[in-house]
Ligand binder design. Structure first.
Ligand code: DAK
Length: 258
């Protein structure tokens, strides 16, 4: 697939995808979301890639779904075609870790897309929001659900009902983002974090991701039981032998993803 709305490259063992519709602040059109799904799928299938970074521009990660594309949609149409659900959910099917590197606006579907990633590194000019209410619609890709889990009910209600934006400092204080960096450091910082992940054992990194994600779905005791089984299963890997031998021998581990 030729990409017109994203820029894709590989840095070391990291797949880097930049949303690229600068004239509309990276508004998420159906073609863009389709291309994103294709690129993520390729990195997911590429054994030389251990983690991905998703970013935008310095002005906008993404200012939401493309309002001009949505404007003429109807209820029966969005419902029967299940408006862009399958394409949007492609990022949730990634089993390799995906980091969002967010500068500028991450609004509506842009904020939702960032929250679908495994964690968010923000530039200090990042602004997050769920302004859909001002357009006469509700959030549609997890804004009321994931944001509430990240920042709690009070701030989620505030953001979804008033549409106000949260700056990077507040987002870090509230647990929405993991770290805040200068805009010019953003992509490098995210790629370095992704490379650090890619340097570990791929199956173990995937198990860690799956286990943290499971904490949102099940009770604490079931989650800990799931984690315990994965921990025990990790002793069936060559990478457990290598990781522990490397520690004892005071050298860097050389993981083989087995
Ligand atoms: N869609 C289309 N075009 C957009 C856009 C958007 N979301 N955001 C900005 N643009 C365009 C503007 O129309 C403008 O284009 P021209 O007029 O130059 O042709 C250009 O980008 C620059 O924008 P501004 O001139 O407005 O720039 P400012 O710096 O003055 O303002 C802004 C920046 C981000 C505050 C403003 O552009 C803005 O408020 N944008 C809209 C933000 C918004 O309401 N976002 C939420 C959209 S609704 C679903 C999945 C996802 C969704 C729903 C369902 N399913 C899976 C079912 C998501 C829904 C949404 O995101």
């Amino acid at each position: 697939m030729a990409y017109e709305n994203i820029i894709v490259e590989t840095r070391g063992s990291v797949g880097l995808i930049a949303l690229n519709r600068p004239q509309v602040l990276n508004a998420l059109s159906t073609p863009l979301v389709r291309e994103l799904g294709d690129a993520l799928g390729r990195f997911e299938a590429d054994s030389s890639v251990g983690a991905m970074v998703l970013t935008g521009s310095e002005k906008a990660f993404a200012a939401g779904a493309d309002i001009k594309e949505m404007q003429s949609k109807t209820w029966p149409g969005t419902y029967t075609e299940d408006f862009i659900t399958a394409e949007w959910e492609s990022i949730l099917r990634c089993r390799k870790p995906v980091i969002a590197a967010v500068a500028g606006y991450a609004l509506g579907g842009g904020c939702e897309l960032a929250m679908m990633c495994d964690f968010i590194i923000a530039a200090d000019n990042a602004r997050f929001g769920q302004p859909e209410i001002a357009l006469g619609v509700t959030p549609g890709a997890g804004g009321t659900q994931r944001l509430t889990r990240f920042v709690g009910k009070s701030k989620a209600m505030d953001m979804c009902l008033t549409g106000r934006m949260m700056d990077a400092d507040e987002a870090e204080r509230s647990g929405l983002v993991s770290r805040v960096v200068a805009p010019e450091r953003l992509v490098d910082e995210a790629v370095e974090a992704a490379q650090k992940i890619a340097d570990t054992s791929l199956p173990i990194a995937m198990m860690v991701k799956e286990s943290v994600d499971r904490s949102y779905e099940v009770s604490l005791s079931e989650g800990v039981r799931f984690e315990r089984r994965l921990f025990q299963a990790s002793f069936g890997t060559a990478d457990q032998s290598e990781g522990m031998a490397a520690f004892v021998e005071k050298r860097k581990p050389n993981f083989s993803d087995r």
